[in-house]
Write a protein that binds this ligand. Structure first.
Ligand code: ZN
Length: 242
């Protein structure tokens, strides 16, 4: 879209619609993207790729087949295909415009990983134990499969959020290297909780011989050397179920 070009009332309206669906500064997950209705191919709304919007860092999500420009305005780039003089999106993703080269392309939405939200169930491993917090490196978000996600750095489980009952010592609940399942309590300083029954340690190795331990009543037992260790266990310990 060339700046300052004539604006039809219709396209102005569709621009507003798009803005309502995708508020500024939000990350939109693929599942939500899929809900954005396909634009009418006969009357494409080229307002969707307003360069002014792109200036403000706003991202425009498109679906396969959406017209994102014409050959008068741009050269088709990666993730697009040409039909007559129209440039279409070849995949679901975010429109990217190279102003200098006048190339329009679509960056697949999977390259914009989902962010972590409050209430998400995450899987990670214990990287350290402090007096009042266990440090966790998050490896995956439940429901996001193998998809990558926005790295958050180190998350933490405060001693008060380990279990429902009083937790005296963190080293009686976790050990460095344990794989845990936890719920996100807040995303500002990435606090997690393992208090629920299903949350806690999913997999742990024996301190002596590094063998993966098996659940034995409410404790863990090493099948190799017989060592018994305590943990805040998830009810899914050993099942691999997240
Ligand atoms: Zn052992």
């Amino acid at each position: 879209m060339i700046k300052g070009s004539g604006e039809e009332p219709e396209s102005v309206q569709s621009s507003e619609e798009i803005e309502q669906k995708i508020p500024e500064g939000t990350t939109v997950e693929a599942s939500k993207v899929a809900k954005v209705p396909k634009r009418n191919m006969d009357k494409p709304s080229k307002k969707a790729i307003e360069e002014e919007n792109m200036d403000e860092g706003e991202m425009v999500f498109v679906m396969p087949g959406d017209i994102i420009g014409t050959t008068e305005e741009f050269s088709p780039g990666v993730g697009t295909f040409l039909h007559v003089a129209d440039i279409h999106a070849a995949s679901t993703g975010i429109v990217k415009i190279d102003r200098k080269a006048r190339i329009i392309s679509v960056v697949p939405s999977t390259k914009y990983p989902p962010s972590i939200n409050i209430g998400d169930i995450v899987v990670g491993n214990i990287t350290g134990l402090r007096e009042s917090v266990a440090l966790v490196e998050i490896a995956a978000i439940k429901g996001e499969g193998e998809r990558e996600f926005q790295k958050v750095g180190t998350a933490a489980i405060h001693v008060s959020n380990v279990k429902d009952s009083y937790c005296k010592r963190l080293d009686e609940e976790f050990s460095v290297g344990d794989i845990i399942k936890a719920k996100v309590l807040n995303t500002e300083n990435m606090r997690l909780s393992t208090a629920e029954k299903g949350l806690g340690v999913m997999k742990a190795q024996c301190f002596n011989c590094r063998t993966v331990m098996v659940k034995d009543n409410n404790k863990l037992k090493c099948p190799e050397c017989g060592r018994v260790e305590k943990r805040k266990l998830s009810s899914d310990y050993g099942t691999g179920i997240v």
